[in-house]
Design a protein around this ligand. Structure first.
Ligand SMILES: [Zn+2]
Length: 226
């Protein structure tokens, strides 16, 4: 969700604020070397570059100026099959988020955090998220099993009742057989898949909402306005 906001231009960086008619200095308040765009903050600024170097994420060797989409695509390539160990690869979205938080702390509270601590925090966050996901997944699987068993026993009862009715009808109307065999009723697997999808989506939304609580208020105001 944070990446979606970044890609939609919904972060309160100078370039976005100016494009919304606000009169703020365009220069990056962190490095004071370039205009503060979203791609500058997350990838090109001295602070961001230092974070990516320390996390050993290979830089994007493209044009002089890469678009935000180029950077994100580059990172997705690394997440899928990059030269980093699994933990660091999975932490990449959290590292982006940490860079944004650090930018806000620097701008609004003049606080500098040690880069190693930022990365350690990202690794910790991804570990916590994974544990929560595993717990939710196990709980969901337990729920699905209970639902499946309950559904299966109801369907058994329904099938038994249907068989009894059909036996009775076959005795009464032997010439009208066959059409019911073509009807396939929705099975318990379809229902459990629906439950699984709903639970996964709900968890994703909860995670995103949890992240938004930590966001800088200015960011949220801009997002709501767009
Ligand atoms: Zn900068």
């Amino acid at each position: 969700m944070f990446l979606w906001r970044a890609l939609s231009g919904a972060l309160a960086v100078a370039e976005c604020l100016c494009s919304h008619g606000m009169n703020v200095p365009l220069i990056c308040p962190v490095c004071k070397n370039d205009a503060e765009s979203i791609s500058h903050v997350l990838f090109e600024c001295s602070m961001a570059s230092q974070v990516w170097r320390t996390a050993r994420v290979p830089a994007l060797n493209g044009r002089l100026r890469n678009s935000l989409e180029d950077y994100i695509e580059h990172l997705f390539g690394i997440i899928e099959a990059g030269p980093l160990c699994g933990n660091y690869r999975q932490a990449i979205p959290w590292i982006i988020w940490c860079i944004w938080k650090q930018r806000n702390e620097k701008v609004y509270a003049a606080t500098d955090n040690i880069v190693d601590i930022l990365i350690a925090q990202a690794l910790e966050d991804v570990e916590e998220w994974r544990k929560l996901n595993e717990e939710d997944h196990q709980e969901m699987m337990r729920d699905c099993r209970v639902r499946d068993e309950s559904m299966a026993s109801k369907e058994d009862e329904a099938m038994q009742s249907k068989d009894d009715n059909e036996d009775q009808r076959k005795q009464l109307e032997p010439e009208q057989q066959g059409h019911e065999d073509l009807h396939i009723s929705p099975g318990s697997i379809t229902r459990s898949k629906q439950v699984k999808l709903q639970t996964t989506l709900q968890h994703l939304l909860n995670t995103i909402q949890g992240s938004l609580v930590c966001a800088n208020p200015t960011t949220l105001v801009v997002i709501q306005a767009t």
